[in-house]
Write a protein that binds this ligand. Sequence first.
Ligand SMILES: [Zn+2]
Length: 267
Amino acid sequence: MSSVNYRNRNQPPSNRQLLILLGIFAAFTIGVIWLIGWIASSIVWLIPYSVEQQLGAVIVPVYERLAMPSPAQNTLNDLLDRLEAQLPSQRQNRDYKVLYIPKDTVNALAVPGDRIIIYSGLVKQAQSENELMMVLGHELGHFANRDHLRSLGRAVVVQIAIASIIGDIGSIGSIAVSGIETISNAQYSQSQESQADEVGLTLLQKTYGHVAGATDFFARMSQKQQLDIDFLATHPAPSRRVKEIQQLIKQRNYKVEQKQPLPSTLS
Ligand SMILES: [Zn+2]
């Protein structure tokens, strides 16, 4: 027996052995890539709120320069306040505000520093207060899931997390600057969108006692896919989202009642 083994060891490896080795190597590589992805998406939860505020100090002024203090912006903030009042109490000590930017872009985004950017192009598409509330609630959902930090890009998030863990607070501003470019083009995944939709739907139900208008905006966007709408680039698959929201409404037995018209400052 031992002589057979000895001889086998000196033979060139068979194709089968090579395939097994290759398979192990491929599985290992996939595992490492998955692990890096997992660490990068989990590390975002280690960034403390104080660091988020520092990021905001760098990022928010960039959008404030574009924003227009106006009756429309005040109304949007009043709407946001009503949703905020329904947030779980541990999230209520945040200072969420809308920055209303007069630009035809059809989009909304959550940015570090507790700001929701709403472009006038999006408001022009809205036809009821309820659907606008769903969009605002959806953006609050991105904060709840920390997508607003992920939108800085994986590399930037990892750098910020490391800087905050080792207490290198001074470098956070300059790291944030390198992430500003990516924020407005950040693409969210289907599951990030679904989670944000769920938060939005829950807030809509708590605010009105029903969920009329929840799918209106996304349904309208799915009809307009031929247009160049930023919302569709950063928020994928509106028709699939409409189906998912409708399923949730059914599962939870939410009622659908009368919609509220848009406030006059927004119509
Ligand atoms: Zn979104």
